[in-house]
Design a protein around this ligand. Structure first.
Ligand code: ANZ
Ligand code: ZN
Length: 811
């Protein structure tokens, strides 16, 4: 017999599987296809334990699906554009290409050491011109369809990464990557019109995503149903958006965002100095700070008045920073009687407060504190044509109809979602395929002139301008339309563009006629199961849903969603329950673990550590459990038998094996990986006992070993393959069919035995019908009531009447 030594066979099998092309996805296969994809990694240089968690555990499931008879595509690539490569270039003068490809090469070897069933023939990196060429192609298609457009707007400027960011990349006012407080800058930038799909993106009917992700996306899209109302001002009509048009008669002033384009014209000479100072101060604050709840309201009167569309009264026009230029129309009608912020503002500046909605049966009431402001549903009062109607968010339909009939309001739905800002002032990304011509204007680069490759001779200086702009010649080109001298756009695309459609590329990774070959992608898309971290809930996951819908409308796919199902794994924390990080010194290195325990043990421990969708803290001693377990599994197959000393029946073994098979099958289906490991460990205990019983060598025994070997294959692929071969099997364990449960093994026949002590009835016990005499007597003695009489006494005779009775004679 030998000891379990994973290092003696893990590399051997990894090499053999690769040589046999075991995981090459066969497009021509007649089996049903299954596309399992885990979000591809950024080539940072090293796979950490979180990567293992994200890749190995779904790998076990992909392997299981393959044994279930699916032709499984489990591909891998690299999300290779982005700032770390560029920052390495700035710091150490390394070409980002070289840095990236070296990292990829190393990470590929790490992936192989995990024993994943990745089809490496489909690998690609998004920084390769063969890939990003299609980003540019898509950009041109979007441009032609009005889905890509350039506009001047206030953007989020990250002062550390020296680039603009999309709204989705700003978390609590800080850059998602750098953590720096973002500044607001007015810039002309390219946007993708994701808002065109806002309504469709709220429909999750064709994508099975966790509730949490659906909620985050729904809130991010932020649909509001309401109305637009026009107010006449000295400089033309001003439209406001309101979700409470039922309170129109309670509007006693208007408030414009400080950045609103009409502010200058509305400001009177007396007010100008004060207004200008306020606008400047507001510009320096983040939207988050400006909207913070409980913050003291500030604002300035413009000096101008608007005409209320119903009462024709003159109401003052103010500016205040709690109104955002980026939402609705950038102006509001203020209803201090029924909106807390407007109330706070009105009380501070002595503006009129009117009651227009009253709780049913209530008395006339005007609030004097913010807590008293009535924001609920009630009856409309003091509102002329609306009097007596129901007021409140739930009842605005009829109110809008009434107001619309007299031409005062128009029904309007607004979304918080903004168009996706895609221009970045950085180098390591896809050049935007647009040329600016003095005579033809903005011209897209013709498809047959793509890709526009990134130049390699640039200076990497974080200047706030794209290195492409500072390059001596790159931007100089000729206009594709008139042939005259023209300039290229010098920005690159947000790297979330790359990951928005990569899942399609795996279907035909080297296709040269388009981003993908529809004939190959159609049978695969949408992805059957997409897995990855929750941190992408409103970035990658929203962008890729948008991209699929846009691609569908261009005619490239029939899918409306990129993934039929999505599941998120949790996070592996450090032993201290904190996020793993170098600065905390709590990082676990998977390479070290593989060197010490072998990949199968690491895979098992990661599956076992916690419910996969929750994650949990690492535990250095915890990994010994799976390590010991695999040692026991090994000796189960290869150690010498130590004479029959246990009493286990064939029926018991068959029951245990098939009950485990049923559980493991169900748990793989529902992605409950930790319980799979637990069930396999428990079965090991039964089998170790059975090996020392008369069951050893029977047909039930060899069936048990075979089924156990097959059950081990997805989670611990190397040791399963080694056992398969050392026990004289043909082929690979990984191309075997997943076994089916023999239901008859699960039917447990039992019989009832009467138990007497000194001839007196003390208990009835249930035992398996085929239980041996020793087993029946053992069960009888364990019975509580029997034990009570036997305790401390000497049993000098055990009488067993088969299938009927036990009598224990004591004195
Ligand atoms: C009058 C009113 C009365 C309002 C009332 C609310 C309560 P949601 O639900 O988030 O869409 N609003 C509109 N544009 C704004 C902007 N650019 N900045 C700040 N606030 C803005 O919110 C819609 C409501 O937020 C709108 O309805 C408007 O105030 C305000 F008792 O109009 B309401
Ligand atoms: Zn031209």
């Amino acid at each position: 017999s030998t000891r379990y030594n994973p290092h003696s066979f893990e590399p051997k099998w990894q090499k053999a599987w690769e040589e046999q092309g075991l995981y090459t996805f066969d497009e021509a296969s007649s089996k049903p296809k299954f596309y399992a994809l885990t979000m591809f990694p950024y080539p940072s240089g090293n796979l950490h334990i979180g990567h293992w968690y994200a890749y190995c555990v779904p790998d076990a499931r992909a392997r299981w699906l393959r044994m279930r008879g699916y032709e499984v595509l489990f591909p891998m690539g690299f999300d290779a554009f982005g700032l770390p490569a560029e920052n390495a270039a700035i710091k150490r003068g390394i070409d980002p290409r070289v840095w990236t490809h070296e990292n990829i090469a190393y990470m590929r070897t790490q992936f192989k050491r995990m024993g994943t069933m990745i089809d490496w023939s489909r690998e690609f990196a998004t920084c390769d011109p063969e890939y990003y060429r299609w980003n540019q192609w898509f950009f041109v298609q979007f441009f032609k369809r009005g889905l890509a457009y350039k506009k001047e707007s206030f953007v989020n400027w990250d002062p550390v990464d020296q680039t603009v960011l999309a709204n989705e990349q700003v978390v609590d006012g800080r850059g998602e990557r750098s953590g720096a407080l973002v500044e607001r800058r007015l810039m002309s930038q390219w946007h993708f019109k994701i808002t065109q799909y806002a309504e469709e993106l709220l429909d999750f009917g064709a994508t099975d995503m966790p509730e949490r992700v659906r909620l985050m996306q729904t809130n991010w899209i932020g649909k509001s149903v309401g109305a637009e109302i026009d107010f006449d001002t000295p400089v033309g009509l001003e439209t406001v958006f309101s979700t409470r048009p039922d309170t129109l008669l309670g509007a006693t002033f208007l408030v414009l965002a400080p950045e609103h384009p009409k502010v200058k014209a509305l400001t009177t000479d007396e007010q100008r100095a004060e207004v200008e100072a306020y606008v400047e101060a507001a510009g320096k604050m983040s939207e988050i700070d400006r909207q913070a709840e409980g913050r003291e309201k500030t604002g300035v009167f413009t000096g101008s008045f608007a005409t209320h569309p119903v009462t024709r009264h003159q109401i003052p026009i103010w500016i205040a920073d709690y109104v955002l230029v980026t939402y609705g129309t950038g102006s509001i009608m203020a209803v201090p009687g029924h909106d807390v912020r407007d109330f706070e503002f009105a009380t501070k500046f002595g503006l009129e407060i009117r009651e227009v909605v009253r709780p049913e049966g209530g008395e006339p009431f005007v609030p004097s504190t913010a807590e008293e402001v009535f924001t609920g549903d009630g009856i409309i009062v003091n509102s002329g044509p609306l009097d007596g109607m129901r007021g409140g968010k739930a009842f605005i339909g009829p109110v809008i109809e009434t107001l619309a009939a007299s031409g005062v309001a128009r029904a309007k739905t607004t979304y918080r979602l903004r168009d996706w800002l895609v221009s970045r002032q950085r180098y390591w990304g896809t050049p935007i395929p647009i040329v600016y011509c003095p005579s033809c204007g903005t011209v897209p680069v013709p498809e047959d002139q793509l890709p526009i490759p990134l130049p390699s001779d640039v200076e990497f200086l974080p200047t706030g301008q794209s290195p492409l702009k500072l390059h001596a010649t790159w931007k100089n080109t000729t206009c594709p339309k008139c042939g005259g001298a023209a300039e290229r756009d010098t920005d690159t695309m947000d790297t979330f563009v790359d990951s928005s459609w990569y899942m399609y590329r795996f279907a035909s990774p080297h296709f040269e006629e388009g981003p993908w070959n529809a004939a190959k992608a159609e049978p695969l898309m949408p992805i059957d199961l997409y897995t990855g971290g929750i941190e992408h809930a409103i970035l990658h996951l929203l962008y890729s849903r948008f991209w699929t819908k846009a691609a569908r409308d261009i005619g490239l796919t029939s899918s409306s969603e990129p993934f039929a199902a999505l599941r998120n794994q949790g996070i592996i924390l450090g032993e201290d329950n904190e996020k793993m990080s170098k600065s905390r010194g709590n990082v676990v290195d998977p390479d070290d673990l593989v060197r010490e325990y072998g990949a199968d043990t690491v895979r098992t421990y990661l599956a076992f550590i916690a419910p996969w969708e929750l994650g949990g803290p690492w535990n250095a001693s915890g990994i010994n459990g799976p390590a010991k377990w695999l040692g026991r599994v090994w000796s189960l197959y290869f150690d010498d038998v130590q004479g029959p000393s246990e009493n286990v029946s064939e029926a018991e073994v068959r029951f245990a094996v098939h009950a485990t098979l049923r559980k493991v099958t169900g748990d793989f289906e529902r992605l409950s990986f930790n319980t799979i490991v637990a069930a396999l460990m428990e079965l090991t205990n039964t089998l170790v006992k059975a090996k020392r019983s008369p069951v050893f060598g029977t047909e039930a025994w060899s069936e048990a070993l075979t089924l156990f070997n097959l059950m081990l294959a997805p989670m611990t692929p190397h040791v399963a393959e080694e056992i398969w071969h050392q026990t004289g099997r043909e082929g690979s364990v990984h191309v075997q069919a997943w076994p089916s449960v023999d239901e008859s093994a699960l039917v447990r026949n039992t019989m009832t035995i009467v138990v007497q002590v000194n001839g007196k009835l003390r208990a009835n016990v249930e035992v398996p019908s085929d239980a041996s005499k020793d087993d029946v007597i053992a069960v009888a003695k364990r019975d509580e009531n029997v034990a009570k009489f036997v305790e401390g006494k000497e049993v000098f005779k055990e009488i067993y009447v088969p299938n009927k009775l036990v009598n224990l004679v004591i004195r």
